[in-house]
Every structure is written in C-alpha cells, then in structure tokens.
Design a protein around this ligand. Sequence first.
Ligand SMILES: [Zn+2]
Length: 399
Amino acid sequence: MYVDCGTLFTGSEVIEDGRIAVEDGRVVDAGPRDAVEAPGEHVDLSGEVVTPGFVDAHLHLKGARSMDPMDWVADDRAESAARAVADADRLLSAGFTTVRDVGSNVAIGVRNAIDAGEVDGPRVFSSGLSISQTGGHGDLHMLPHEWVEGGAGISELADGADECRKVARKRAREGADVLKIMTTGGVLSEKDSPRQAQFTDAEVAAMVEEAHRVGMPVASHAQGAPGIKRALENGVDTIEHGFHLDDECLDLFLETDATFVPTLSIMHRIVTQGDDHGVPEHGLRKAREASEAHFESVERAHDAGVPIATGTDFIGPDLVPHGENALELELLVEEAGFSVEEAVASATTVAGRTVPDDSVGGLEAGNYADFLVLGGDPREDLNALRAVEEVYRDGERIR
Ligand SMILES: [Zn+2]
C-alpha cells in the first residue's frame, strides 16, 4: 500500500506532499511523492499532517491512581492490571504506539496480553520491577524493611554485586525487555536526596553485565552528577531525569552514545499542581528545588548534541494521567528551546533508540509502519500534537 500525505514528518525531516510506501506492515520507503513508488492500495491522506507514531520512553504502566507511593503498596494487583489495560488504550488513542515502562509490577503481563491480541494497546517494552539499593530511591523508607525488600512498591532491593547480579537475572527470567536501576536518590522517596549517588561501581557493573549479556539495555534513574557519571562509566544506556548535568556528564554522554530521557512532564505537573493532588510534602519540596536546574540541564544537553528522548514519567493518576503524554513534546518546545521538528524527532527517532527493537522509531525503510494523522500542523499550533485523529500500527488503521 502507499499513503499520500499533505505534510509528512518522517522523524528526521518534514516533507510537503510526502508519501509512505508500506509492505507487510513495514515502511519500504518514505519521501517526496514523486520519488517514492506506489505499490498496491492507495490511502489518501493528501490533505493531512502525518507523523510517525509517538514513543513515550519513560512511563509506569502500573495502573496507579494516587501520587502517594504508600497507596501503591496497598493497591490490589488485579485491579492495578485492569487499570493499566485502560491506560494502554488511552495511550494508543493519544498516538503513542510504543511505550517503555520503567517500573511496574503488572506491565509485563499487560504487555503479554497486548502481544497476544487479547487487549488493545501500544507496543510495550517493560523493565518489570526496578532495582534499588536498600534506603535508595526505590525503597519505601517509612515501612519495615522486611515488608518491602522483595518488591512491594515498584522496586526490588538489592545490595552487593552478587545480589544485584541475581536480581538482574530474575528480571531476565521474568521476561523484562530492559533493566531499570536507581543510581541516585529521588523526589518521591522520603529520606534520600536527588544529588546522592546510590549503588557502588561494582553493583552497577554487575547489573549492566547481566543485562547486556541477554540483550537488555539498562536505564538508570539518575538526577545528581555523581550518580549520572557512575551509571555512564559503567555502561548504562539511558539516563532518566538528569537534573544536574555538569560538563563531565555531557562529555560522557557523547563518548558513550547514551540517550537522555529528562521527563520534564512529571516535574512540571508536580511543581505547578502537585499540592492539589496528594503529592507528599517531601516530593513537592524536592521537585521545586530541582526544577530550574532541570530545565537548564536539558538546554545544555540539547546544545551539546546529546540525544534527548521524550518520556513523561506518567503513572496514571489525574495529575500524571496516561493519554496526556504529548505534554513532553510541548515542554521541549515551550520551555527547552526545541523546534517542533526536533520535538517530533525526540518522540520518534530518538525515543526509538531506548527500546531493544531496531524497527521502532521514525518512518525509515524497514521500520514498523506506525503513523498518525494529526488535526493540524503543530508548527502552527502545538495543540495539534494532542489532536490525534487516526492511528495506524503495522500499516493498519486501528483508531
Ligand atoms: Zn519513573
């Protein structure tokens, strides 16, 4: 089939009067209409703005409906899974055809049900439970240790290189696609600070070695510079949040070709609306303290040429609901100096780098034919990013 478009964002460029040629659900070619062959059935979107399907490279498909991690512990798992299925449906309607879940106790099961065609949703790549040190960002500091060490919230605790290696192997055994570790403290954890480094070099190296051996990329929650460097020096593939990037961090990004996933959206929502939505006091305080540095980090990384991928860190409750994930593209444009074309590239070609499947990304030959029809040109009105009118996956219209 071939799809004639009005304006075509391929994920690396914008083409007027574009065409996508599709065979067996994959892109064969995309470019100007007169330069691309026209095989089979004709789909006429010649008056429309078409982009690749969006990728959210950092979210939690865990069916949460509260911002208080204490509630996540008590959530019924079956109910959480059912809510995560509803969230997956919302993501698809919002044009997110691929998502990377980086911490959830239900997402691997939801992924399997989507892959089996039982329920509708985006392509899901999941880490399963993330891995934190005791007293680290994934620990629930206010509860008895023995209640949480096996993974009561979104993390399993591990200490020492051997235990870290074992927990990484458990994730592989469960069918995780990526490994998620925590090399600094964070905002929603009670007793640590975003600037504190967590895990030792030996612990990080052990987890990265185990993950890479079985083809899992490693994502690290890392906010302060020492923990970002520890992650990058030990082979981590993506840095999540990155509030306090210094020059050394930027050099390491370029040296290692790692991807930065800043997650501006959750920080923006916590800072601007968090006190109306039950965010714990320590979370509000730490988010406000880091917010300015965070935007500066993104601008500096952008100027330095670090690959920056869209990730919202949305979880499900009203403050950070799945379905509003285009907020990350809007913030990159409005607050971090990206052009609209660059933001679309971040949400497609660049975000595709974060998942272990080379066919996810922009509309390049060989990639999945996942694309969207927007309600207008986002270069004229950013709201068009949220006005998704049609969604195609594998070349088939599904919304
Ligand atoms: Zn997260």
